[in-house]
Design a protein. Structure first.
Ligand code: NAP
Length: 285
């Protein structure tokens, strides 16, 4: 297959701004240095048009370097603000710092990385509105928000909450949250769409991979996209990066439903208890 063909046939989601959000993005958590450089180039060369990072990933500088070799307008670029930086001035400063590291004048999407119950959501979203008015962020959203938190965000935000990025994969499908996002025109982005490889052990994923002569990763990603979810697979392997974009095959409804039935409410990262003092939240007692 020619490079990029699989990607170009994938859907996009039209955001309230009119911007198109590609259903496949390249996740970059826990990647840095030359490994990130090489795999990100592989992704962009294979036709990925969407890259997901965060200030907390501490890799925006490398991503900015790589992007200088590509046309900025061809990439939908997302970053996120840490939960500890959600006060008005901190959020504005965090965004300006991310833009500087990424070597760009705007983000396509800026997300609140985690809710922070110790800081007013109205204040954070007011800062987001300022960034939007200044043209520094084209779309805004949240991540790891429950339906309850998302409902409040929609209520107090002047700018539409376009996206909720949440853990989502066959073993953690969160039907009520996903349904609430749909009802409120909030695009769901799947963080950890491969459950960090854990779902490759699923019996049905294995059977379908054999039946379709595809990798378990391809089957899981295709299923999620067919269910209207944006996927952000991460890989340090250029071969896996390219394979994860080759999704130009069809799965029949019965097989998609067989994966719907694998939900076991089993997260790989979004467990309820938090360390409120760590770098993500930075909430002192
Ligand atoms: N908003 C949030 O709080 C949040 C939380 C988690 C994740 N995310 C986003 O979602 C992205 C993805 O999540 P994730 O990085 O946690 O996990 P993931 O994408 O579910 O899984 C990554 C793992 O899968 C392996 N892998 C990828 N493609 C493969 C293939 N074709 N065959 C075999 N193994 C494969 C990778 O290993 P190799 O390197 O060996 O390929 C890596 O170990 C993140 O990078 C980040 O952008 C956001």
């Amino acid at each position: 297959m020619p490079e990029g063909v699989g990607v170009s046939t994938l859907p996009t989601h039209t955001l309230p701004s009119g911007d198109e959000l590609p259903a496949l993005g390249y996740g970059t958590w826990n990647l840095s240095g030359d490994a990130l450089r090489e795999s990100l180039r592989a992704a962009l060369d294979a036709g990925y048009a969407h890259v997901d990072t965060a200030e907390g990933y501490r890799n925006e500088g490398v991503i900015g370097d790589v992007l200088t070799d590509y046309d900025r307008e061809d990439v939908f670029l997302t970053s996120k603000v840490l939960a500890k930086n959600l006060s008005y001035e901190s959020l504005i400063g965090a965004c300006e710092d991310s833009l500087e590291r990424l070597g760009t004048e705007y983000l396509d999407l800026y997300l609140i990385h985690w809710p922070n119950p110790a800081i007013s959501l109205r204040e954070s979203l007011s800062a987001m509105a300022t960034l939007h008015d200044r043209g520094l962020v084209r779309n805004i959203g949240v991540s790891n928000f429950s339906a309850y938190q998302l409902s409040c965000a929609h209520h107090v935000s002047d700018v539409p909450i376009a996206v909720n990025q949440i853990e989502f994969h066959p073993w953690f499908q969160r039907p009520e949250l996903v349904e609430y996002c749909r009802e409120t025109d909030t695009v769901v982005e799947a963080a950890a769409p491969l459950a960090r490889t854990e779902v490759f052990d699923d019996e049905v994923v294995g059977k379908l991979a054999t039946a379709y002569d595809r990798s378990p990763a391809q089957v899981v990603l295709k299923w999620a996209i067919e269910r209207g979810i944006v996927v952000l697979p991460k890989s340090s392997s250029p071969e896996h990066v390219r394979g994860n974009a080759q999704l130009d095959f069809s799965m029949n409804e019965a097989d998609l439903q067989a994966l719907d039935e694998r939900d076991r409410n089993d997260p790989v990262y979004d467990a309820p208890a938090r360390d409120w003092t760590d770098d993500t939240y930075g909430i002192s007692r």
